[in-house]
Design a protein around this ligand. Structure first.
Ligand SMILES: Cc1cc2nc3c(=O)[nH]c(=O)nc-3n(C[C@H](O)[C@H](O)[C@H](O)COP(=O)(O)OP(=O)(O)OC[C@H]3O[C@@H](n4cnc5c(N)ncnc54)[C@H](O)[C@@H]3O)c2cc1C
Length: 404
């Protein structure tokens, strides 16, 4: 599909999560317009935390959402602090101050997901967003696309950006009809008020307790008013991959029976406990199809063990905006170049995130002792420089010949 030279394509973004809103914000920054269709009745995020590493933070700054984000996000002083499950022995801890900013020009923050969503949303005009708009199909019609919504209405667009998450209907329609597979791993999450949190849990540290078949992560969010807890274990026989599924504190506690009292205290202080199955999808060989493309979890869902899913969605967003703004008259070409700039990097992050499960969940024994010895001499801040040091906007601008 080609639009007339100089004209802007009609861009529809399906999904108003972190990826979809970042896409809309960056499209606006690069002089294009978009319409976002979000199925929920309001723009909101589940009660959970997120770590924003420098590769995400520099894009938030560029998008204009950084100041709002900084008001409640917690600058972390240490990350990858691995502790032993039964007594909290610190196996390793990476100090971030001042190394993170010195190496990558930005700090690493922890934040409530709602605060990250608000930051990416800041640059998107309200009138661009249609709420309560669940897309049920996207169909090529001549040289454009028709998006059918659940309420029976339909909308036309020249470009469709599917940012509709791991269950993307657009991915299913255009890229792969395969359903995501349950991974056999379940995630528990809760938010604990600061007043109920045990000593140490409010330290600005991304802390990971490792134990047999399980690991348990926490860090402060919401300007230190809350602690985010997310923990992983075997899924067992029940499966539910919706973000809204819940379980009881009792069941969460039973899963971590015998762990350090500080872990149990965080579980006991939980009000509501979310429980959902992590889904597994291998990298796609391609994700742009003429005027349709995928973005964020719709394109490359990943295990959360590198805390990079949202960051990669934001990197996708800026890359897409740069390529589309370079050749608005040839959106299909722009979408192919967007995919080419993103495919290898996102597949690599999917793969390394996947590889962590086994390492994090080793039973006590020789392999666990070898792992702990490796952790003690590891330097994830520098070893992951290819992730944190990447500037997706600059990379795209250079590839498109916008800067040298
Ligand atoms: C336990 C856990 C911890 C994580 N921790 C981190 C972290 O620390 N750092 C990090 O960077 N990432 C983290 N992630 C990953 C991150 O949450 C996701 O990668 C990110 O939310 C993806 O954003 P998205 O916009 O692509 O998809 P989503 O957040 O899933 O948003 C999709 C949006 O599309 C809407 N939608 C869906 N279908 C339709 C439809 N048919 N029509 C209209 N709208 C639709 C949904 O309502 C939703 O608003 C974590 C993930 C998990 C599971």
């Amino acid at each position: 599909m080609q639009t007339a030279p100089g004209s802007s394509p009609r861009i529809a973004v399906v999904g108003g999560g972190i990826g979809g809103l970042a896409a809309a914000g960056f499209l606006r920054k690069y002089g294009l317009q978009a319409r976002v269709f979000e199925q929920a009745a309001e723009l909101t995020e589940v009660g959970a935390g997120v770590v924003a590493a420098p590769n995400a933070v520099r894009l938030l700054r560029s998008l204009g959402g950084f100041e709002a984000f900084e008001r409640t996000a917690v600058p972390l002083t240490a990350a990858w602090q691995f502790q032993r499950w039964e007594d909290g022995t610190v196996l390793s801890s990476e100090s971030l101050v001042p190394a993170c900013e010195e190496l990558y020009g930005e700090k690493t923050y922890s934040a409530h997901r709602a605060d990250l969503l608000a930051a990416v949303r800041a640059g998107v005009p309200d009138e661009w967003v249609t709420l309560g708009a669940r897309a049920v199909d996207v169909t090529p019609v001549g040289d454009h696309y028709r998006i059918d919504l659940a309420d029976g209405s339909s909308h036309e667009a020249d470009v469709v950006v599917a940012a509709d998450g791991v269950h993307s209907i657009v991915r299913e329609r255009f890229a792969s009809p395969q359903e995501p597979e349950p991974s056999g791993i379940v995630a528990y999450r809760s938010i604990v008020p600061a007043a109920s949190a045990p000593a140490g849990a409010l330290d600005p540290v991304h802390t990971l307790w490792l134990g047999p078949d399980h690991h348990f992560v926490h860090y402060p969010v919401s300007a230190g008013r809350q602690v985010n807890v997310v923990a992983f274990g075997p899924a067992g026989s029940t499966t539910d991959d919706s973000w809204s599924a819940e379980t009881s504190v009792k069941q969460f506690r039973a899963e971590f029976d015998g762990w350090d009292p500080r872990v149990l205290a965080l579980i006991d202080a939980s009000d509501r406990v979310g429980r959902w199955d992590l889904l597994d999808r291998p990298p796609l060989p391609r994700w742009s199809f003429d005027g349709v493309t995928l973005l964020g979890d719709a394109a490359h869902p990943q295990f959360p063990f590198y805390a990079q899913g949202a960051a990669q969605a934001i990197e996708d967003a800026v890359t897409l905006a740069v390529t589309l703004s370079t050749t608005p008259e040839d959106p299909a070409g722009a979408l192919r170049r967007y995919e080419a700039l993103r495919l290898e990097r996102t597949a690599r992050i999917q793969e390394v995130s996947h590889g962590r499960v086994h390492v994090n969940h080793l039973p006590d024994g020789d392999a666990q002792r070898e792992r702990d010895a490796r952790l003690a001499i590891g330097d994830p801040l520098r070893q992951n420089g290819w992730i944190y040091g990447h500037d997706a906007e600059q990379t795209a601008r250079r590839a498109e010949g916008l800067e040298g």
